[in-house]
Design a protein around this ligand. Structure first.
Ligand code: NAP
Length: 498
């Protein structure tokens, strides 16, 4: 894509355009440099010029002197852009004999980047930036854990109280909350990539996603914050479903992914109203693998159904307490009921022995279905089977034709390495009435294709995904989300991933 085309596309989405001059090939850099002023004049939006050296995460090896000369040249011209100048250069400009007029400093973003983590002296670095005459300060540090967002949000509070304009970003997937919520907490701006593969920093989401998926222009201090806690969480379609529902129901809310490794510290420092270190309007969390069981330890109350299943997938954050629910079981049953009606006495085979299998068995038993488990690991399967008093049979070569419904509660067939796998072949399924795959990404799985080959009716996991999400939405907002809106949002997002 030419620079002109990129600029035109960026101006359709952004409010400012950052030009990462260090990302240009040397020949293009020379060409652009010679006609930069005219090029910038032709833009409909204001630009930020950045020329980041490799040691600050940039793409161009440039020693101090060449960077200094580059900025001196740019700053001596009467341009109206913003200039992202690293702290060492800003310090050099301060101490040089040729003093820069105050008006020029009002165009400077004085920045510091750390791609290894959050430095222990973050506040001191902020003070060093603040001691330059630059109008805007910028700190971008690598968030290696979601709790690394805390010092970044604290810095934004400090800048606000000191009436300084600050851009504070936590880079990496763990820092995504700072990118989405930063502006509502005073960050001068947030960065979005033009396209997914054109991000210039780790964890950068696209400007299109910031605007249309997260609607950051609408987020304020009152915005209800919900999110998905998982590892990984970044490619989930839950933000698409819940944000579409917030929009449709006119709820001032945003739903974002939280990639969390250490659940204990996340719950203590960012979630629990009695111990968290951040003042935010957190309302609810979805919990996904691998945290559905461990999250229960940090809750003040767990609904009986979730205790019996042994997993929570939903948390409601109250004024003082955390409440746990499981919406998977009912979410699994709802579409099944629609397809086959009364489940009472129906023979159902559930494949798998993990969290989804546990919710499925519990839900089916509530409807008096006759359940049997099919597993690869007999020891693990037997433990679940004993808990629910159901039979447990080996999966390999299992004949499933005697079951009215066969449910896949394993990840077999999911996007990625397992996409071409199936827990059963057509010959094993022939005779079953309905085959239900809880896997929803991809929407059409190998298991469903085998089932169609065997002449069975099929049901994909997307219906369950929407049904469980609607229950979560109700718990967080008291409102009933339109299933068609959530379904369309999820299926569009899934199609975009294929
Ligand atoms: P989990 O707790 O990790 O359990 C996975 C189960 O699958 C385990 O019992 C595991 O066996 C079994 N398994 C894995 N690979 C297998 C293989 N090659 N052959 C046979 N069995 C295998 O995961 P989960 O939370 O239950 O989730 C399972 C699936 O359900 C996931 O794909 C998830 O996306 C889907 N799900 C969908 C929804 C929805 O809303 N549609 C909701 C929840 C979950 P071992 O016990 O031997 O390890």
């Amino acid at each position: 894509m030419s620079l002109q085309t990129a600029a035109r596309k960026a101006s359709e989405i952004g409010d400012l355009i950052e030009f990462r001059l260090d990302c240009l090939e040397p020949a293009e850099f020379e060409k652009v440099s010679s006609s930069l002023a005219q090029f910038l004049d032709s833009l409909s939006l204001k630009a930020i010029l950045t020329f980041r050296p490799t040691e600050q995460g940039g793409h161009r090896a440039a020693d101090y002197q060449s960077r200094y000369s580059f900025w001196q040249d740019r700053l001596s011209q009467g341009m109206t852009e913003l200039f992202d100048v690293e702290l060492d250069i800003a310090a050099g400009l301060v101490s040089s004999n040729t003093t820069l007029p105050a008006a020029r400093w009002s165009h400077i973003i004085c920045s510091h980047h750390d791609f290894s983590g959050v430095p222990a002296n973050l506040e001191q670095i902020y003070e060093q930036l603040a001691n330059t005459p630059a109008r805007i300060l910028k700190i971008a540090v690598q968030a290696n854990d979601v709790t690394d967002c805390l010092p970044i949000f604290r810095l934004l509070e400090r800048a606000r109280s000191e009436r300084r304009e600050l851009i504070a970003i936590g880079m990496g997937a763990a820092g995504i909350a700072t990118r989405i919520l930063g502006p509502s907490r005073g960050s001068f701006l947030t960065y979005g990539a033009l396209e997914k593969e054109r991000g210039t920093a780790p964890g950068q989401i696209t400007a299109g996603e910031l605007k249309s998926l997260y609607q950051i222009q609408k987020i304020d201090r009152q915005t209800l914050i919900c999110g998905l806690v998982g590892m990984p969480a970044m490619h989930s379609v839950s933000p698409h479903m819940h944000n579409a529902a917030f929009d449709e129901e006119n709820v001032n809310g945003v739903y974002l992914p939280f990639e969390v490794r250490d659940v204990a510290s996340f719950f203590k420092r960012m979630v629990h109203p009695r111990s968290r270190e951040i003042d935010w309007n957190l309302r609810g969390l979805s919990i996904t693998a691998p945290h559905k069981s461990t999250a229960m330890e940090y809750l003040d109350w767990v609904e009986p159904a979730a205790s019996e299943i042994g997993a929570v997938n939903t948390i409601v954050v109250g004024a003082d307490t955390l409440l746990g629910y499981n919406t998977d079981a009912e979410g699994m049953i709802e579409p099944l009921n629609k397809m086959v009606g009364d489940l009472s006495g129906l023979r159902v085979a559930v494949i798998g022995a993990g969290g989804a299998a546990s919710a499925a068995v519990w839900g089916l038993q509530q409807k008096n279905a006759d359940v049997a488990l099919f597993v690869r690991d007999q020891a693990k399967g037997s433990r679940l089977a004993e808990r629910f008093q159901v039979s447990c049979l080996p999966l390999s070569h299992a004949l499933l034709s005697n079951y009215a419904v066969v449910i896949n509660a394993t990840p077999l067939g999911s996007r990625g390495a397992a996409i071409s796998e199936t827990p059963a072949m057509a010959e094993q399924l022939r005779g079953a009435r309905l085959v239900y795959d809880l896997v929803y990404n991809p929407i059409d799985t190998r298991f469903l294709r085998e089932a169609r080959k065997a002449g069975c009716e099929t049901l994909g996991g997307l219906e369950m995904l929407v049904a469980q999400a609607r229950r979560q939405f109700k718990l967080w907002t008291g409102k009933t989300a339109n299933p068609a809106v959530m379904h369309a949002a999820a299926s569009n997002a899934l199609q975009g991933q294929s």
